[in-house]
Design a protein around this ligand. Structure first.
Ligand code: NDP
Length: 319
């Protein structure tokens, strides 16, 4: 068996949080090694236009932004590698991680680890939903990112949690009408959030309602829906289809090693920092943030994680 590689700062994940952590860690001479994970570039690789990341006056497309971030991290000699971490062991002072599966997995020992594995939006799984999402044809899981493109238009949003309510209220300020599909006869969202959407005039809430299909070949033209009680099907004309049915944080491999909340998000051991319950292990981005979930907030926490890791190393006297 070969001797495990020893690195100073291991960054797991390559979204805006991972690359920002890498930029800061590299400039602090922490010689970061970044593993890109199963979806190099993260959720922004599924986005078309990004108009809300500061600094891009004309907007930028998601994949281009991730290439820019990667190039910036490499400019300061971040060691960017393909491969994903499948297992960790945080029982000792040196943190252990395995890249790859089974016998071929490569063991790495790290003084510090920054976890920036992100979260994945949940989708309904309908064929036309995925097809139109992939061609940038009017299907989105982020109202804050894409709502602007539907100014003055009619849209549907699916979901009944706090996120769906928040996104419906956001869309209502831009769109002519927002129709909210709630699959049960009640919402899951907090009463305060429910009251907020119920008070907005241009939001129509349809209970017991599920999506049968999304209509349109190059862009959303309408939605076919079914009332789950009567079984009756009908169609409405809309140009945007938003899905807000939750996210899954990519933290499965951390179970048992890092404190996670009931939904799998990493718990901040000290509020306002990126510390986890394990010394030397830090979180950044959507794997520890279920509220803001923006590229710019992910980048911000990536910066914080690198600074927290740098301070940790300085306190330990590791250079
Ligand atoms: P939640 O898991 O809370 O809600 C998901 C919603 O989507 C549920 O209403 C669920 O319906 C519905 N849903 C799931 N699958 C489907 C499906 N296939 N078809 C139709 N509907 C479906 O996720 P959120 O993202 O809303 O929230 C995640 C966490 O973040 C929560 O703890 C929330 O409180 C928190 N949050 C807090 C905010 C704040 O404080 N400002 C803002 C946003 C989120 P059903 O109810 O029938 O299961």
């Amino acid at each position: 068996m070969s001797t495990p590689e020893h690195v100073n700062c291991l960054i797991i994940g390559s979204g805006p949080s991972g690359f920002t952590a890498a930029i800061y860690a590299a400039r602090a001479d922490m010689k970061p090694v970044l593993y890109q994970g199963q979806q190099p570039g993260g959720q922004l690789m599924e986005t078309t236009e990004v108009d809300n990341f500061p600094g891009y006056a004309e907007g930028v497309n998601g994949p281009q932004m991730m290439m820019d971030l990667e190039a910036q991290a490499k400019r300061f000699e971040t060691d960017v590698r393909s491969g994903w971490v499948t297992k960790v062991d945080f029982s000792g002072e040196l943190k252990k991680a395995w890249v790859g599966e089974g016998e071929n997995a490569v063991e790495i020992h790290a003084n510090t680890i920054i976890i920036s594995t992100g979260a994945s939006a949940k989708w309904l799984g309908l064929e036309n939903e995925i097809r139109l999402r992939d061609i940038g044809g009017g299907v989105s899981a982020c109202a804050v990112c894409d709502g602007f493109f539907y100014k003055g238009q009619d849209v549907v949003i699916v979901g009944a949690g706090d996120s769906a309510c928040e996104e419906a209220s956001y869309l209502a300020k831009l769109c002519k009408k927002v129709t909210m599909f709630v699959r049960r006869d009640q919402m899951r969202a907090s009463k305060a959030m429910q009251n907020r959407v119920k008070a907005i005039e241009n939001i129509e809430i349809m209970y017991d309602t599920e999506t049968v299909d999304i209509l349109g070949s190059d862009g959303v033209e309408g939605v076919r829906l079914r009332n789950r009680v009567s079984g009756e099907e009908s169609e409405i004309n809309v140009t945007g289809f938003f899905v807000a049915i939750g996210h899954t944080p990519n933290t499965g491999m951390l179970k048992g090693w890092v404190d996670l909340d009931e939904q799998g998000y990493i718990v901040q051991s000290s509020p306002g920092t990126t510390h986890t319950n394990v010394e030397g292990v830090f979180w950044a981005g959507d794997c520890g943030d279920k509220v803001y979930k923006q590229a710019v907030t992910a980048a911000g926490s990536g910066c914080m994680a690198a600074l927290d890791a740098e301070r940790y190393l300085a306190e330990k006297g590791v250079h």
